[in-house]
Each structure stands twice: as C-alpha cells, then as structure tokens.
Design a protein around this ligand. Structure first.
Ligand code: VGL
Ligand code: ZN
Length: 202
C-alpha cells in the first residue's frame, strides 16, 4: 500500500471513449486491467467523468456546418469541436462496465457547463473555473498524484499539468492511458508534461 499522501486519479474511463463509443480511443479498453490492479495500492482513488449536457458548445453538432475535430474560437481560446459524447445520463457517459468503481471515494464530474469545455480534473478550459478537486485533495493532506485513463493527450495531460502547477508531485502511467492523437497532440502533450516536471512511467 502506498502512503496516505498519495492518490490515484482515474480519468474518464467511460463507454464513449472506449471501442464502440462516440469518441472511441484506440485500445481504450486495454487499460481496464492495469487500472483496476493499481487501485489496490492506493488508499484514495478518485474517478472523473466527462459529463456534458446535450447542448454543450464543444460538440460539432451544435455548430451548424462545422466538422467534428475542427477548431473553433471560444471566448477562452481555441476549442476542438468533438463528436457528441458523454451526454449526462446516457450509456456513453457511464463508466465502462469493466472498471472497478467501488474503491473510489470521490467522483468528479466536469464539462457540465454548456459554454465551457473541461479537459482537466482541476480547471475548466477557461483555466479559471475550479472543479473543487484541489480543495478535496489538499484538505486530505494528499501531495502525490498518479494519473491514468483517457485520453493521454487531452484530459489526462491537462489534469497532470494542472496538478504540477498546483504544486503536486504528478506521475502519469502511460501504459494505463490511451491517446486520441489528433494532429500531433500526443507528442505535444508528452513534451509539455516532461517540461512541467510530470514523471512519465510505463
Ligand atoms: C476528452 C475530448 C473531449 C478526454 C473529453 O477525456 O480526454 N477528450 N472530452
Ligand atoms: Zn468531453
């Protein structure tokens, strides 16, 4: 068992990010076994869930004429327009049935405000609106975070980068993550993670 100062943060292991889902990440279901096994080592396990209303502004479907995976300008900066995914309450938004959820003490939902997307478990894409996760972890004296889940280059990377900038020791276990890899986003994300001092493990 790891020290009580460590937490495992499991990002968005939801049906829509797994094979057959609306925004399927290749091999997304291959990480279930390693994540489930890792949970046994941590006294604090947090799960996140991408949790969008149907009218969410990150969906290409809500921008007439826009193609999925194209970029748009939001008041907070450029935003990828995604296929409609993880609509709250749908099967696609549910955790993959193979993910152990009993060990989780907290489930953080993010991306529920129609006008702001949220990749990070800490801050929405305006980089200002907090999810509350930092307060929860700090309150419990947690200083070391290990990140796993989907997708490496979006929600996992943004979460780990925010963790580092908030002062946590952050590690990403790449073998327990899978990437979307849109226009070089995986290489960019790993470079940013290394530059921020996030430890990348197999
Ligand atoms: C994610 C794109 C859109 C993720 C969520 O979980 O990485 N990516 N929404
Ligand atoms: Zn999303």
């Amino acid at each position: 068992m790891r020290p009580q100062t460590e937490a495992l943060i499991v990002i968005d292991v939801q049906n829509d990010f797994c094979p057959g889902g609306a925004l399927a990440v290749a091999g997304g279901d291959q990480i279930l076994a390693p994540i489930n096994a890792l949970m046994d080592q941590f006294s604090t396990v947090v799960l996140t869930q991408d949790w969008h209303p149907a009218d969410h502004s990150s969906f290409a479907d809500n921008h007439p004429g826009a193609a999925p995976f194209s970029l748009t300008d939001m008041p907070y900066g450029p935003q990828v327009l995604w296929p409609t995914h993880c609509v709250h309450g749908t099967k696609g938004a549910a955790f993959h049935a193979g993910l152990k959820t009993d060990p989780a003490q907290l489930i953080i939902r993010k991306g529920f405000r129609p006008q702001i997307d949220s990749y990070s478990a800490f801050f929405e894409n305006d980089r200002k609106t907090a999810t509350g996760l930092d307060g929860y972890l700090r309150n419990r004296g947690i200083t070391h975070l290990t990140f796993v889940g989907l997708a490496t280059d979006y929600c996992v990377a943004y979460s780990a980068l925010d963790a580092a900038s908030l002062g946590y020791q952050a590690t990403v276990i790449l073998g327990a993550c899978r990437a979307i890899d849109l226009n070089g986003s995986l290489a960019a994300a790993t470079a940013n993670l290394r530059a921020a001092g996030v430890v990348l493990n197999d």
